[in-house]
Design a binder for this molecule. Structure first.
Ligand SMILES: CC(C)(COP(=O)(O)OP(=O)(O)OC[C@H]1O[C@@H](n2cnc3c(N)ncnc32)[C@H](O)[C@@H]1OP(=O)(O)O)[C@@H](O)C(=O)NCCC(=O)NCCS
Length: 186
């Protein structure tokens, strides 16, 4: 097997571009190793976008136009404990802080074999959208995710490596997922 190419935010533009999902996108070839994520893109994502429930972004390979990864973004609010608020220097009387949530994230398995760093790139792209676009109009301090540890416990390590920390308030309550946050302005 040939060595995989390491993708970073610096070289990503040479290989990939981000595109908002629309009806013209060719989604049929996309296969994630977890079927639920494949099915979501093929069966739900466009409807969710039309209904203003989730916006889906596709990572397209420049040479083939194929979908290497996707993520669905939604608005969110995260409840922080007093200690967590202190950690982020958020001295406010309310518990809930605004956020942008990665509702779904998946890398196409064929692309995961050829490239390393696509998941990390998608986190970077989500952070860019939150800081460069969303924050011009409304505030979002964190990027959040419910890490799907039911399908793959290893996903926790992926999110920790990309800068997320677990939220104490919701940890342990939902055993299938672990609520996590990344400070966009740390
Ligand atoms: C989780 C997922 C998005 C990660 O994408 P990826 O392109 O494989 O990840 P990257 O190559 O960017 O990995 C970044 C780092 O996380 C690590 N990592 C990635 N996936 C991991 C896993 N499942 N278990 C442990 N570590 C993992 C990588 O080894 C890498 O570490 P390094 O920086 O030390 O080299 C991808 O595996 C996927 O689509 N999984 C199925 C769907 C899914 O679980 N989505 C998340 C739902 S919340």
């Amino acid at each position: 097997m040939s060595a995989s190419i390491v993708i970073t935010e610096n070289n990503a533009g040479k290989y990939f571009r981000l595109m908002r999902l629309d009806a013209s996108a060719s989604i049929t070839a996309f296969e994630c190793r977890i079927g639920e994520y494949t099915d979501y893109l093929k069966e739900e994502a466009l409807r969710a976008q039309v209904d203003h429930v989730a916006i889906t972004w596709l990572l397209l390979e420049e040479t083939s136009g194929e979908i290497a990864a996707y993520m669905s973004l939604i608005t969110d609010a995260v409840k922080l404990s007093t200690a967590e608020k202190e950690l982020h220097r958020l001295d406010y009387p309310f518990k809930t802080i605004p956020a942008i949530k990665i509702g779904k994230l998946a890398v196409c398995e064929a692309f995961r074999q050829r490239y390393r760093g696509l998941g990390r790139l998608m986190i970077y792209q989500a952070a860019q959208i939150a800081t460069d676009n969303v924050n011009d109009y409304c505030a979002a301090r964190f990027l959040t995710v419910d890490a799907d540890i039911e399908h793959d416990p290893g996903v926790l390590a992926f999110y920790e490596k990309t800068g997320f920390v677990p939220n104490t308030e919701l940890s342990g309550k939902h055993r299938k997922t672990l609520s996590m946050r990344l400070d966009l302005y740390a």
